[in-house]
Write a protein that binds this ligand. Structure first.
Ligand code: 26M
Length: 820
C-alpha cells in the first residue's frame, strides 16, 4: 500500500513541515512569525501541490508511452468547490498535514476555510463534471477534462431585504495554488471573417476561412488526483488573451487606446460564467465562449494525436470525446472542418471519424433550455462552420429521405435548421447526428428523451443509439470529506475504507440497522452534524434552531420546475395549522426546521419572487411567539459546494419535489441519502432508482406520475380546475398581507391559479399527506434510525465510479491503466 502511492505522500510529518516552511519563506516570501491562516493555507497547498505534480508527471508519461485510448470530457462547467481537503485525502497525506500544521500552531479547519470555492458552474451539470473527473482518476482511466478558466465563477448571493442581490465572484484575488499556468501552450482562435473556395493543383475544391478577429487561448492545468491511486489526471482550463501581433500593429500605429480596447475585448471571452441553469439565452458572447473553448481543446487533442504518427482513420481508436450537454456541440463541426479543410481528408471518411469520436449526454427535456442559435448570428461569427452545418444537414436529410421517402414533415422535424424567422440551428439535433451514442442521465429521463424531444431520431437511427447512464456522485467528497464521522463509523463495520472505492461494500452495514448500539452511534453523528449546521445558521442568519427538531432541507437552484414555491406554500400551511392548535394539541406537533438555499438566475423574476417569499415567511414565523421551536424557517444565502458539505450531512429529510418528468436525474438526492437523510420526493429522475435500491419503505414519495402530466396540463388549459382548498387558504393568508405587501406575490399566485404548468395545486394534497407521514414517522426514533441505516447500506449503485465504468465500457471503449 505504501509503495503504491508513495509518490504523492510525504515520508513523515517532518518532511511536510520542511516543505511548508520552505514555501512560507521562499514561495510566499514571508516569515514564520508573520504567517496568518491565509499564508499557511497557501504554503500547505503548495507543499501538497508539489506532490501532485510529481504524480501528475508520472501519470502523463505513462499514459503517453502506453499510447492507449483516452477520453476527453468537454464541459463548460466544472463546479469543483474547494481542492485542499480532497487533495490531502487523495494524496494520502491528510493525517500528516493535519499534525504538521497543528504542531506549528494552526488549525487545519481554519486553513481549509481560507480557500475560495472554484465555482465554475451553475448546478447539477457542473457538479456532475467535477464528480466524473474525480472518478475517472480514481478508477485509473486515462482522461482529461477541458473547460474554461472563468475569472468570475457563479455570482455570490446576498440577501438584502429578503431579495437576492448578486455580487461578482472574484475567486482569483489571491493566487490559485491548484492551477499551473502553461504559458507555452498558446493557441490562436479565429472569429468572424469570410470564406473562400478555390480549386487546387489536384483539381480538388478547397475551402478556406479567413478570420476577422483573433484571440489566444492559454492553458491552465489543474491536477486531478485519484483516491487510493497514484493516477493524477488533468483538467485543462483555457483563458483568453489578446494575440501578440494584433496588439503590436495597433500599438505601432500609435492607436494605443484601441489597442487596449482590443486586449480587453479578447479577455472578456473567458471573463464570466453565464449564470443560467436550465435556461438558454442566445447571447453572442456565449457562442464565442463555446467556440473559443472547443477550438482550443480540439487543437490540443489533435496535436497530441499527431505525435503518434497514426493515420487519421485511427483517431477514434485513440480519442473519445464526451459532450456535456449541447454546449460543446461545435466540436463536431470543428473536427469535420479541420479534417476536410485543413487535413485534406475526404468528407465521408472525415464524417465517419467524427461520429465515431463523439458521445453526447443530454441533461434536460425543458424546452426553454434547448440551445438554438439564430442563423444570422452564427453565420457572422463562424461563417465556415455554418456552411459545414448546412452540408451535414443536407447529407443527413438525404439519408432520412432514402429511409422514409416522401415524408416531408419528418424531414422538417429532424432538420438541424428550424425554419423559423430567423432560421435557427438546433444544437441538440446536431449533437445527435454527430455522435455515435446519446445518453440520458437517469432511467426515466432516458426513456423520456426517446419518446418526446428525440422521438424522430429513434425512428431514423433505431433505438440502439440511445442509452441510459444513471448519474452518480463521488463518495470521497460526499461521504468521507463531508461526513468524516459517519465514514469512520461505517469503516468500523466494513473493516476498512474500501467502500470509498467500491461503494457496494456499504451493504455490510445493513445487518446493523436494528442494532441499538450502532443506531445510537449513527444518531449521535447526525446530531453532531445538525449542531454544526445550527452553529452556521446562528452565525449567518442569527436564528436559533433546535437540533432535536426535524431538519427539512431543500437546497438547489431556484426554479419553478423544482417547485420551491410548493415547499414554501406547504410551510405556510403548516404555520397556519399550528396557529390554530390549542396548547394541548401543540404537544403532538413534530418540531421542524425548514431550510432553504439556492441561487436564482439574475433575470429570472419568478425565482426571485420565490426567494423573497421564503425570506418573508421566515421573518414572520421565526418571530411568532405562538410558534416557538415548533417551526423555524431559514434561508441560507449563497448556497455552494462548500456549504453543501455542511448542510447535506445535517438533514433528516430533504426535498426533491420536481413536477414528474422535469428533473432529468438530480444528484443531491443521492448525496442526502448517502449521508443518512431520507427523501421526500416525487416519482421523478433518479428518485425512482433510489426507491428501487433503498426500498419503498425508506423514501416518502408523493404526487402525480410523469405519464399524467400532459393530461393534467391539458385540463388546466381547457377547463376550470378548482384550486386545492388547502392551497386556497395559503393564498388567502399571503393576500391578507401577513407576509408583507401581497402585490409582490401576485404573479407567483396567478401562475398557479391560471395555468399551473408545474401542477402545484394538483400535487398539493398528496404533498401534505406525505409531510404528515414524515411528522408521524420521525417520532419513532428507532425505526427512523434503522431506515436511515438501511438506506445508506443500499446506495452503492450511486457512486460516480459506477457511472464512469458504464461510460468507459459502452460509450468510450477505454480501459484503466494502473501505474505499477
Ligand atoms: C445554457 C445556455 C446559456 C447559458 C447556460 C446554459 C445552461 C447551463 C447549465 C443550461 C443548462 C445547464 O445545466 C443544466 C443542468 O444542470 N441540468 C441538470 O443536470 C444534472 C446532471 O445530469 C441533473 O442531475 C439535473 O436533473 C439536471 O437539471
Amino acid at each position: 500500500v505504501w509503495q503504491k502511492f508513495a509518490l504523492k505522500e510525504f515520508a513523515d510529518k517532518e518532511e511536510f513541515q520542511q516543505e511548508f516552511i520552505r514555501h512560507v519563506e521562499t514561495t510566499l516570501a514571508r516569515s514564520m512569525y508573520n504567517c496568518d491562516d491565509l499564508a499557511a493555507y497557501q504554503a500547505a497547498s503548495q507543499a501538497i501541490r508539489d506532490r501532485l505534480i510529481v504524480a501528475w508527471n508520472k501519470t502523463q508519461q505513462k499514459h503517453t508511452t502506453k499510447d492507449r485510448k483516452r477520453v476527453y470530457y468537454l464541459s463548460l462547467e466544472f463546479l469543483m468547490g474547494r481542492a485542499m481537503d480532497n487533495a490531502m485525502l487523495n494524496a494520502g497525506v491528510k493525517d500528516i498535514t493535519k499534525q504538521g500544521v497543528e504542531d506549528l500552531g494552526f488549525k487545519i479547519e481554519d486553513l481549509l476555510e481560507q480557500e475560495p470555492d472554484a465555482a465554475l458552474g451553475n448546478g447539477g451539470l457542473g457538479r456532475l463534471a467535477a464528480c466524473f473527473i474525480d472518478s475517472i482518476a480514481s478508477t485509473n482511466y486515462p482522461g482529461w477534462g477541458y473547460g474554461l478558466r472563468y475569472q468570475y465563477g457563479i455570482f455570490k448571493q446576498r440577501i438584502v431585504d429578503g431579495y437576492q442581490v448578486e455580487a461578482p465572484d472574484y475567486w482569483l484575488t489571491f493566487s490559485n495554488p491548484w492551477e499551473i499556468p502553461r504559458y507555452e501552450i498558446q493557441i490562436d482562435i479565429m472569429f468572424y471573417g469570410y470564406t473562400r473556395k478555390y480549386t487546387n493543383d489536384d483539381g480538388k475544391v478547397v475551402h478556406v476561412w479567413e478570420g476577422g478577429e483573433q484571440v489566444q487561448a492559454v492553458a491552465y492545468d489543474v491536477p486531478v488526483p485519484g483516491y487510493g491511486t497514484e493516477t493524477t489526471n488533468n483538467l485543462r482550463l483555457w483563458a483568453s488573451k489578446p494575440t501578440r501581433e494584433f496588439d503590436f500593429e495597433k500599438f505601432n500605429a500609435g492607436d494605443y487606446e484601441s489597442s487596449v480596447r482590443e486586449s480587453q475585448k479578447a479577455e472578456t471571452i473567458s471573463a464570466v460564467l453565464y449564470p443560467n441553469d436550465n435556461f438558454y439565452s442566445g447571447k453572442e458572447l456565449r457562442l464565442k465562449q463555446q467556440y473559443f473553448w472547443v477550438a482550443a481543446s480540439l487543437n490540443d487533442i489533435i496535436r497530441r494525436f499527431k505525435k503518434t504518427h497514426r493515420p487519421w482513420k485511427e483517431f477514434p481508436d485513440q480519442v473519445a470525446i464526451q459532450l456535456n450537454d449541447t454546449h460543446p456541440t461545435l466540436a463536431v463541426v470543428e473536427l469535420q472542418r479541420i479534417l476536410v479543410d485543413m487535413e485534406g481528408v475526404e468528407w465521408d471518411e472525415a464524417w465517419k471519424i467524427v461520429t465515431s469520436t463523439f458521445g453526447y449526454t443530454n441533461h434536460t427535456v425543458l424546452p426553454e433550455a434547448l440551445e438554438k442559435w439564430p442563423v444570422p448570428l452564427f453565420q457572422n461569427l463562424l461563417p465556415r462552420h455554418m456552411e459545414i452545418i448546412y452540408e451535414i444537414n443536407l447529407f443527413f436529410l438525404q439519408q432520412v429521405e432514402k429511409l422514409f421517402p416522401k415524408d416531408r414533415d419528418l424531414l422538417r422535424r429532424v432538420s438541424i435548421i428550424e425554419e423559423s424567422t430567423p432560421q435557427q440551428v438546433r444544437m441538440a439535433f446536431l449533437a445527435i447526428i454527430g455522435s455515435h451514442k446519446v445518453n440520458g442521465v437517469a432511467e426515466l429521463h432516458s426513456e423520456l428523451i426517446k419518446t418526446t424531444i428525440f422521438k424522430d431520431f429513434v425512428t431514423v437511427y433505431g433505438p440502439d443509439k440511445f442509452m441510459n447512464v444513471t448519474n452518480g456522485i463521488t463518495p470521497r467528497r460526499w461521504l468521507h470529506q463531508a461526513n468524516p464521522q459517519l465514514s469512520d463509523l461505517i469503516a468500523s463495520k466494513v473493516g476498512s475504507y474500501d467502500f470509498l472505492k467500491d461503494l457496494n461494500l456499504l451493504k455490510k452495514i445493513e445487518p446493523f440497522a436494528h442494532d441499538p448500539k450502532f443506531q445510537d452511534e449513527w444518531v449521535a453523528i447526525k446530531k453532531f452534524n445538525k449542531a454544526r449546521l445550527a452553529a452556521h445558521i446562528k452565525q449567518s442568519n442569527g436564528i436559533d434552531v433546535d437540533v432535536n427538531a426535524l431538519f427539512d432541507v431543500q437546497v438547489k437552484r431556484i426554479h419553478e420546475y423544482k417547485r420551491q414555491q410548493m415547499n414554501i406554500f406547504g410551510v405556510i400551511h403548516r404555520y397556519l395549522s399550528i396557529k390554530a392548535l390549542t396548547a394541548a394539541q401543540k404537544k403532538d406537533v413534530t418540531p421542524r426546521v425548514c431550510i432553504f438555499g439556492g441561487k436564482s438566475a439574475p433575470g429570472y423574476y419568478m425565482a426571485k419572487t420565490i426567494i423573497k417569499l421564503i425570506n418573508a415567511v421566515s421573518e414572520v414565523v421565526n418571530a411568532d411567539a405562538d410558534i416557538g421551536d415548533l417551526l423555524k424557517v431559514v434561508f441560507i444565502a449563497d448556497y455552494n459546494v462548500s456549504k453543501a458539505e455542511i448542510i447535506i450531512p445535517a438533514s433528516d429529510i430533504s426535498q426533491h419535489i420536481s413536477t414528474a418528468g422535469t428533473e432529468a436525474s438530480g444528484t443531491s438526492n443521492m448525496k442526502f441519502v448517502l449521508n443518512g437523510g431520507l427523501i421526500l420526493g416525487t416519482v421523478d429522475g433518479a428518485n425512482i432508482e433510489i426507491t428501487r435500491e433503498v426500498g419503498e419503505n425508506n423514501i416518502f414519495l408523493f404526487g402525480h406520475l410523469a405519464e399524467s402530466v400532459e393530461d393534467l396540463r391539458h385540463k388546466h388549459r381547457f377547463s376550470d380546475v378548482p384550486l386545492d382548498p388547502n392551497l386556497e387558504k395559503v393564498f388567502e393568508a399571503i393576500e391578507s398581507g401577513i407576509f408583507g405587501d401581497a402585490n409582490i406575490y401576485g404573479s407567483l399566485i396567478s401562475s398557479v391559479t391560471s395555468s399551473d404548468y408545474y401542477l402545484v395545486s394538483d400535487d398539493f394534497q398528496s404533498y401534505l399527506d406525505a409531510q404528515k407521514l414524515v411528522d408521524q414517522d420521525f417520532k419513532n426514533k428507532d425505526t427512523w434510525a434503522s431506515r436511515s441505516i438501511s438506506a445508506v447500506a443500499n446506495m452503492g449503485f450511486f457512486s460516480s465510479d459506477r457511472a464512469i465504468d458504464e461510460y468507459a465500457e459502452s460509450i468510450w471503449n477505454i480501459e484503466p491503466i494502473s501505474l505499477d
